[in-house]
Design a protein around this ligand. Structure first.
Ligand code: MG
Length: 160
């Protein structure tokens, strides 16, 4: 079996009055991410991890933020497209582990729905998807609520 690991990291700046999307869910909050797309840092980190595992460049290469096609795009579509890219190369997902770094809001109660949303898009079991969250103890740009970051590690395998 041909296993490959991938890692992804993303950051977006927060601004008052924008919608906050995490893992395909709209999370009630006074601030949201500034982005060309919907600014879903978790999905972006996962896409980069998937592409990295397949050695197929990164999310900005496939979905450039200069392309009007991706303006305000739902990142769930980017995840679906990313899965298509790696499955065209013969890969399927084994599992994802991820961490969202944010000071506010508490997202603990949204994790099960985020996990289900991601599993449905990827067409995998919810057991294969782990989403965690942490604050940075009020330190740095995340602690000052200026931005949100996400990290993701994935394992993929060659199907054939
Ligand atoms: Mg991004």
């Amino acid at each position: 079996m041909n296993f490959r690991i991938g890692y992804g990291y993303d950051v977006h700046q927060l601004e008052e009055g924008r919608n906050l999307y995490l893992g395909g869910l709209k999370i009630p909050h006074s601030k949201g991410c500034i982005a060309h797309s919907d600014g879903d840092v978790l999905i972006h980190a996962i896409c980069d991890a998937l592409l990295g595992a397949a050695a197929m460049r990164d999310i900005g290469f496939h979905f450039p933020d200069t392309d009007p096609e991706f303006k305000n795009i739902d990142s769930k579509i980017l995840l679906q497209k990313t899965m298509n890219i790696i499955s065209d190369k013969g890969y399927s997902l084994v599992n994802i582990d991820s961490t969202i770094c944010l000071q506010k809001p508490k997202i603990k109660n949204y994790i099960p729905e985020i996990t289900k949303t991601l599993a449905d898009i990827i067409n995998t079991d919810q057991d294969n998807i782990s989403v965690k969250a942490t604050t940075t103890e009020k330190l740095g740009f995340i602690g000052r609520e200026e931005g949100i970051a996400a990290h993701a590690v994935v394992l993929i395998q060659k199907s054939a």
